[in-house]
Ligand binder design. Sequence first.
Ligand code: AHR
Length: 670
Amino acid sequence: MIIKVKSVFKRRFMNNTLKAAGIVCLFLFVTAQAATVKSLPGSKKISPDLFGLFIEDINYAADGGLYAELVQNRSFEYSPTEQGGWHPLSYWQYSSPGFSIGRISVETTSPINTNNPHYIVLDVEHVGHEAGYTGDSGVGIKNSGFAGMVVKAGDKYNLSLFARQLSQEPINLTVSLTSPSGNIKYAENTLTTSSQDWTKYTTELTASTSSDSATLLILATTKGKLALDVISLFPEKTFMNRPNGLRADLAQVLADMHPKFIRFPGGCLAHGDGLGNMYRWKNTIGPIETRKEQRNLWGYHQTGGLGYFEYFQFCEDIGAKPLPVLPAAVSCQNSGGTWRIGGTGQKALPIAEMQEYIQEVLDLIEWANSPVTSTWGAKRAAAGHPAPFNLEYLGIGNEDKITPEFTERFRMIYNAVKEKHPEITVIGTSGPFHSGDDFDKGWKLANELNVKIVDEHYYTEPGWFLANQRRYDSYDRKASKVYLGEYASWGNKMRNAIAEAAYMTGLERNGDVVWLASYAPLLAKKDFTQWTTDLIFFDNTQIIPTVNFYVQKMFMTNQGDCYFDNVITKDEKDTTLAASCVQDGKSGDVILKLVNAGNEPKSMQINLTGFKNIMPAAILTVLSGKADAENTFANPRTVIPEESVLKVKKNFAYITPAMSLSIIRIKTKK
Ligand code: AHR
């Protein structure tokens, strides 16, 4: 039926120009995503998922960043292996105000869960104060979060903690939000223990005053002994009010980009620093007190609180497809601190453990997609999500060194997934550079196995991006497709952002072979940054989108599913100029992207005669600025996109400003 309609359609419109091409693209998308497209001259179907995001917990992106937990080291699992001087009581302070006497110790004999071995014991000997003293009394601890907790007057904060009475009588606890000195109280509440078993207690704190430097204080006010663990404080207003959720303002910035997919959790974080440090997805689902925390290879601590469930939920909440990347059973080649030098540190899981590992990979697919009646589907449902998450893409490996050990393990995992889940699109990997030994070997392996998509990574000079805009023009259309999983030009200035924009028009032009692309890294917390070129900078209160961010957002919010050649004419020899034209099948909008990476305004000629029913009032969005302009904490809005209405005709010239990206979005009459 589809074939018949297609040929009738083709006969009637074959001789028409771009309008017909647009309809063919749209028609084929709607009716037959997988069918072979006989594209008309100048048009082709391109990936509907081209531009997405990559979230890795680097630069305190998750813990201390996107993950809304306000308490730092909530489970007393910090260790000197993560940072010199760290220990289970890091970021906590013992407190015994008034005339109170007690002791604190860290213990491991009876934890809540073996994944979470450390907890503290408070031994309260005496609680008291002098006559006339009106401050706090008690024995306890305080935590000032990630460089101070931000609270807003009138907002509610959900406190939870696990306690176990180690003495007979119930113990009263006062929990409060205070100023750093403890002199000013922003909120206070009380709890009373009721069990000699680990029990979860919750209460709500409503801030009376706004503060950027609040401290959480927990005081036992009864004589006795008790164990405490997993002391957690979340704003009630997380993104979409999800429990164990995301920082609302930061998540909203990502949601507003409208990414087509989100890759997570890394990056090098996925394959880890040595075998014991691999990101194992099963450690990151279920109640937070059962999750296995670990050293973050970027030099800090990973609670796993923002784990697989939360990533999948966030994807669903913002309409992005999830793209998890699992290790290919080998660790990062830079393991052991040999960052990108020689790549001698890769460790491989013993072959004897591979069946178990492969099962872990298959279990993820079951967890994400199978009904609640399946073992892993039931776990997803228990976490509050009975409906499947509709996993489609699955990355295996992250820019690994393509050693014989990697190849053997990748092959085993790939074959198992392909056999049991042919519906899943596996994404292979091709090393950390745009060319070279690993790149060649990764592609060779992918071609041999017929892997559908291959992940390429490269960070380089802006000049490279301008000079290589045609990189994908010559890629074999019959071979695997490309996921440009990590890329950035080194720097956050306009010259970087505009070089990336020029390159992205090349990605669109090659959207039939480049299926997915994501800039990296995404998030970086001020003063906690390990990687210097990032998309969004933030601290506890501010968010600073870079100029590169605006380029990404402008492309992401203006994606199409059909590409058209021959609409924009420019000087083809001038590599500072780039342009693309796509149509969005859903809205019918024709979208032009015009890039000028030079220091002079330059003209491009637009020919829309192939499109019927063009509406004259188009939306023009322009990002332009001096080559070395950038957005910083001191000057966050040096360059921001500006929107206006542009009257368009069938044929018109557009003058691209110096160092600019212009997007013209043209409505078509339905
Ligand atoms: O994006 C930062 C790092 O760069 C990623 O973790 C890694 O995959 C790449 O080398």
